[in-house]
Write a protein that binds this ligand. Structure first.
Ligand code: ADP
Ligand code: MG
Length: 323
């Protein structure tokens, strides 16, 4: 569905390029919720922007590409980096981080829907008719059609997020990307948004990519996930397996630091801090914080390889699994 082929990107700055995505190589499948986790600043938003093909200065692609391919209404499609934007809304849509601020504050929401749905897809249909379809869709999602007449400021944060998700899914895109869709919302509202996303995925049988720094979100709704550290995916696999048996030392510390029901032991965070992306250490970027680091880790960056069936990790201490 969405193939990331050895992608590297950087931000141009006056002090030279800052490499934010480094040799990222993985695939996201049809009919799954794929999670991207990692601490703030590790490059999650940058990766998602590359997936959505919003690569604009100062962000540049240094090497590699993305391929979005699949089938919709019996028609096959395939788009590469630079072409993916042609199919925005139709085959792929995006709920940006802090999405609530993307709504036009001075127009009722119906304008947002009319502006977002590409004209060619409305097929010269009168606005009234499009709005009827939107109203029907909102009702199907248990949202009031009256929302179309409301201004963004009249809605709560949770309701605005629901409207944005409705907008992003209205055209049944094959892939929906959502960046921190529950951050800054309270726990009860978060739960509602997660349920909405899960329900939509079941209904559309499409691909959802959920970025969140909150491991609880991944545990609750993702099927597979990738863990990012300092601009790379360092472990990837089925979410349940990763929580049960993380193999990369960073993931082990990350999962080990999460509270569990009934466990009263004191939890410790991961000592140290992620390296500055402007001046990363040579070799494995986690090595300076890793309890198992050996000489090789400080000198050479580990390859991202298959280490177990369905599991990939970048660590010198793990052996490559025979195919
Ligand atoms: N416009 C920019 N110019 C230079 N560096 C940037 C820019 N945007 C983001 N970065 C760098 O990219 C890194 C990753 O940012 P981001 O992808 O937003 O991380 P995350 O979403 O995981 O918090 C940040 O540490 C920041 O230093
Ligand atoms: Mg982000």
């Amino acid at each position: 569905m969405l193939k990331v082929d050895n992608l590297s990107t950087s931000y141009s700055t006056i002090d030279g390029p800052v490499h934010v995505i480094n040799n990222v190589d993985f695939e996201i499948y049809e009919n799954e919720i794929f999670g991207i986790a990692g601490e703030s600043g590790c490059g999650k938003t940058t990766l998602l922007k590359a997936l959505y093909d919003i690569v604009e200065f100062p962000l540049v692609i240094d090497s590699g590409k993305l391929i979005l391919s699949g089938e919709k209404n019996g028609k096959f499609f395939s788009y590469e980096t630079g072409e993916i934007r042609k199919t925005w809304w139709n085959n792929i849509s995006y709920v940006p981080q802090a999405a609530q601020s993307v709504l036009n504050p001075i127009a009722p929401l119906r304008h947002q829907f009319l502006d977002s749905i590409p004209r060619e897809d409305r097929k010269n249909e009168p606005e009234e008719k499009t709005l009827k379809r939107v109203a029907k869709y909102l009702e199907e999602l248990s949202l009031s059609p009256d929302l179309l007449g409301a201004y963004p400021f009249q809605l709560s944060g949770g309701m605005r997020q629901r409207v944005i998700i409705a907008l992003a899914t209205f055209m049944s895109p094959n892939v929906v990307l959502a960046d921190e869709p529950t951050t800054a919302l309270d726990v009860v509202v978060q739960r509602g948004i997660l349920m909405m996303l899960m329900g939509l995925q079941k209904r559309l049988k499409n691909t959802m990519v959920i970025v969140s720094h909150d491991m609880g979100v991944h545990y609750q709704i993702t099927d597979r996930m990738g863990i990012m550290y300092s601009g790379s995916i360092i472990e990837l696999g089925e979410t349940e397996d990763i929580f049960e048996r993380p193999v990369h030392p960073y993931t082990q510390m990350l999962v080990g630091s999460l509270p569990k029901v009934g466990d009263k032991s004191q939890k410790v965070g991961i000592p140290g801090r992620p390296p500055a992306l402007t001046n990363p250490p040579p070799g494995c970027r986690f090595a300076p914080r890793c309890p198992y680091a050996k000489d090789v880790c400080l000198k050479h960056a580990p390859q991202f390889k298959k280490v177990l069936p369905g599991r990939f990790a970048a660590c010198h201490m793990l052996k490559r699994e025979a195919n």
